[in-house]
Ligand binder design. Structure first.
Ligand code: FAD
Length: 395
């Protein structure tokens, strides 16, 4: 248990201290709601959850026109968030989608799909050939690869954002209590019970438990259908002479054998302990045999085959990559349609989960929407695409 003692009553109880819970707490603070308690079973944005790490991509380059519009709204809210924080939350350096162009959507969309939606919604981009990509960046695209560069995309400094939300919530008097697992929720009465039996009566409860949401909601018959994907990412040291030339990139290739074909990487945004410039890169796919339904079943050790695939891609497809220096597994909470769940489940209970590999860029919109639900206000946008009632989600 944390040194803070949980109260017996609160206007809003938030369960989960990752991206969704913390952005909700910060949004409630800005709406002037101060009687808020956030309960986190481990530590805020810890390494076993989905919000751990220093960077996340943001973009409007979506194949789904609805997500594209929602990403634009999230970007508007990020700009406000940056004013509150005094800057430092994001880096705008563009994003290169490149690779094979075929008419089928992957979990991150597709090159032709994103191009259609950006044309329809007037989002600026550059179309690049394989030669133009190779001339401009230290990448080695195959001759048939094509690319789209969205100049207004970039990286969210997720670790700095987490610190900013914690400061915002604490300054408003919110209690953020770590090492405090919730074991039961009463969706009708609006109370939560902690693992030591302590009960908190809440005006509103927000469940923001990521891959653990099913465990809390199953006894209420409200568990969303979710799969847990262990996702591999790593830091690689790079040649200092190329350090300022790496783009933020996402590479689309068809699945071949045990290679899912989807890889991504960031520019140099930090350095290794010994001062060498490093890039973060990851695989945006995991084989079906590693996908599980319960958090305890997820592998903690980086699977050898995925590490081999990521190494092979990085050393073969980028120039100047030197050495893998940190290797991490983090979970995606995946719905069948790879879209989120953000909804009111009862008059006193709201939920966010299913963030997959995409939700961080929507964080201010997710926080604002959860805060509005918890203060009985209407969401600012149509959230029906994130409904708990859709067939991909309800059990
Ligand atoms: C490797 C990786 C790369 C990603 N890349 C991007 C990207 O480039 N762009 C992008 O937009 N998004 C990206 N995402 C997605 C985004 O980071 C996640 O969707 C988001 O962080 C999920 O946040 P969350 O709050 O739902 O879950 P989490 O961060 O997992 O938080 C849930 C919290 O709830 C707590 N909890 C669970 N059960 C209980 C309980 N009973 N009582 C109390 N606390 C509890 C957990 O301990 C945890 O801290 C990526 C995700 C991963 C894993």
């Amino acid at each position: 248990m944390s040194t803070l003692s949980p109260p017996t009553r609160a206007a809003v109880v938030i369960i989960g201290g990752g991206m969704a819970g913390l952005s909700c707490a910060a949004s409630l603070a800005r709406r002037g709601i101060t009687d808020v308690v956030l309960l986190e079973s481990k530590t805020l944005a810890h390494a076993r959850g989905s919000s751990f790490g220093e960077t996340r991509m943001f973009r409007e380059m979506y194949s789904d026109p609805v997500l594209c519009r929602l990403a634009r709204e999230a970007n508007r809210l990020w700009r406000e968030e940056e004013v509150h924080a005094g800057g430092g939350l994001r880096e705008t350096h563009g994003l290169l989608f490149y690779g094979e162009s075929w008419d089928e959507e992957t979990i991150e969309g597709s090159i032709p799909g994103a191009r259609r939606v950006m044309d329809d919604q007037g989002i600026p981009y550059e179309a690049l050939s394989a030669k133009e990509i190779a001339d401009r960046f230290p990448l080695k695209p195959k001759p048939d690869f094509t690319g789209l560069f969205e100049p207004t995309a970039g990286a969210v400094r997720s670790d700095k954002v987490v610190e900013h939300w914690i400061r915002t919530a604490r300054s408003a008097g919110h209690q953020l209590i770590e090492h405090c697992p919730v074991i039961e929720v009463d969706a009708v009465g609006g109370s939560v019970t902690l693992n030591d039996g302590h009960r908190i009566h809440a005006g509103q409860v927000v469940v923001a438990c990521g891959i653990w949401s099913r465990q809390l909601l199953a006894p209420l018959n409200l568990a969303p259908k979710l799969e847990i994907w262990p996702m591999l990412w790593a830091h690689y040291s790079v040649d200092p002479s190329l350090a300022d030339r790496y783009p933020q990139w996402f590479c689309f290739q068809k699945e071949r054998g045990d290679d899912g074909g989807l890889y991504y990487g960031f520019p140099v945004l930090s350095h290794a302990a010994d001062g060498r410039p490093r890039i973060k890169a990851g695989i945006d796919w995991t084989p079906p045999e590693l996908r599980v339904s319960e958090p305890e079943e997820m592998t903690e050790a980086p699977p050898t085959r995925l590490v081999e695939l990521l190494d092979a891609f990085l050393f073969e497809s980028l120039e100047g990559v030197q050495e893998r220096i940190e290797t991490v597994i983090s979970p995606y909470a995946m719905t069948r349609d790879v879209n989120f769940v953000l909804d009111r489940l009862s008059p006193k209970l709201s939920l966010f989960t299913g963030g997959s590999g995409q939700a961080f860029k929507f964080a201010p919109l997710i926080g604002d929407s959860l805060a509005r639900l918890a203060s009985n206000a209407s969401p600012s946008v149509d959230l029906s695409c994130w409904s708990h009632q859709r067939t991909a989600v309800c059990s």
